[in-house]
Design a protein around this ligand. Structure first.
Ligand code: NAP
Length: 344
């Protein structure tokens, strides 16, 4: 197969603290790309000028040296966009470790496949790896609290938690109540009344939970989530930094913070732009293996266990991504993923 020597890609533009479409040399592989919150956050807080942007993608393989990933295969995956000059999903061609893609089942459209990888892996990292739960799942029983059920991570967390045998209580905006219930939530409350959330969760769970995932993980959401635990405490997964104030509310609750980027297995300097302070996360073969093993499970989760992609809205192509990033930054994207089609 022949492909051009240059292609278009989104890169971070320091001068405007924004993004631009640039023509760059083609790396080597390719289609649908999706906006994640981490994309605009990288532009705002982490990326340097010239870094390529975009994490989640799905497409058709155009070149491969791995016999398990052949030219013409439909695959999906994610890369650490916003960090490197040569890695970014918002481009006509995407290169990645062949062990870090999964084969998309025939019945699953690529636009849906593109919305799955990073959020579902975040759920594997939290509810399975750090909670020390088996997979295939045991029938856990009992309740789990998922803060932010209508987020992409939340919709996958609900589905995986149900497969693990939990009853799920969550919070979302009222216009997303039907959505989270259709993905499996047993109970849902409006997060805008924090006291009512805590009271309602304690009530439906008959005294509180021992496991929770806060998919929003701001200081106030962590504080609310911590208070939904029962008298014997438990483990609370957060996916932004731990709030010391929230943690102080419940010393009997173990707060665990994870960052999915560690699953690439490489040492990671995760310092914020301009802070000068190195935050070094060590390379981890264990995390690399979790990444590969979890991706291997995705085709069956979709085909046999009925795990569904979040609702999505198709947008334009590369030129339209900057506007989508702005909408996400303004908190205007609710209960859905924005998907862009790049290439044929
Ligand atoms: N640590 C990691 O490795 C990791 C991995 C993935 C994501 N993340 C982070 O996790 C967060 C969620 O990511 P995502 O992709 O799932 O987000 P998303 O789908 O873009 O989240 C949008 C949803 O968040 C809900 N929401 C926003 N603010 C809220 C609040 N204060 N309380 C309750 N719900 C709120 C909204 O719910 P309603 O519309 O119903 O109000 C909206 O539907 C992001 O901050 C992301 O950066 C971290």
């Amino acid at each position: 197969m022949t492909y051009p020597s240059t292609h278009k890609a989104i890169v971070v533009n320091d001068a405007e603290n924004g993004v631009v479409v640039k023509t760059l040399p083609v790396p080597k592989l390719n289609d649908s790309e999706v906006l994640n919150p981490t994309d605009w956050k990288h532009v705002e807080y982490f990326s340097a000028a010239g870094d390529r942007l975009g994490c989640d993608f799905a497409g058709v393989v155009e070149a491969s040296t791995d016999p398990d990933v052949k030219v013409g295969d439909r695959v999906a995956g994610w890369v650490h966009g916003g960090k490197y000059k040569d890695k970014g999903a918002f481009a006509e061609y995407v290169t990645t470790d062949s062990k870090h893609v999964w084969h998309v089942p025939d019945a699953l459209p690529l636009d849906q496949a593109a919305t799955i990888t990073a959020p579902i892996l975040t759920v594997f990292q939290t509810l399975i790896q750090t909670q020390g739960k088996p997979w295939p799942p045991a029938n856990e029983g009992g309740w789990i609290f998922i803060y932010g059920g209508s987020s992409a991570v939340g919709l996958f967390a609900i589905q995986i938690a149900k497969l693990q045998g939990y009853k799920v209580v969550t919070v979302a905006s009222p216009h997303n109540f039907d959505l989270v219930k259709s993905y499996g939530a047993d109970e849902v409350f409006d997060y805008r009344d924090p006291k009512a959330v805590v009271d309602n969760v304690l009530s439906v769970t008959s005294g509180g939970v021992s496991i929770a995932l806060d998919t929003i993980s701001l200081a106030d959401t962590q504080a609310i989530t911590a208070q939904t635990f029962g008298k014997s405490g438990g483990t609370l997964n957060v996916i932004l930094g731990i709030s010391p104030e929230a943690a102080a509310l419940r010393p009997d609750v173990k707060f665990v913070y994870t960052l999915l980027y560690t699953w690439f297995g490489k040492e990671l300097d995760y310092r914020g732009r301009g802070t000068g302070k190195a935050v070094i996360l060590p390379a981890s073969k264990t995390d690399y293996d979790w990444h590969v093993e979890s991706l291997r499970r995705l085709p069956d989760l979709v085909s046999k266990h009925g795990v569904r992609a979040p609702p999505l809205q198709m947008r334009g192509g590369l030129e339209d991504i900057a506007a989508g990033l702005e909408e996400m930054r303004a908190g205007k994207v609710s209960g859905q993923r924005l998907v862009y089609k790049i290439g044929a």
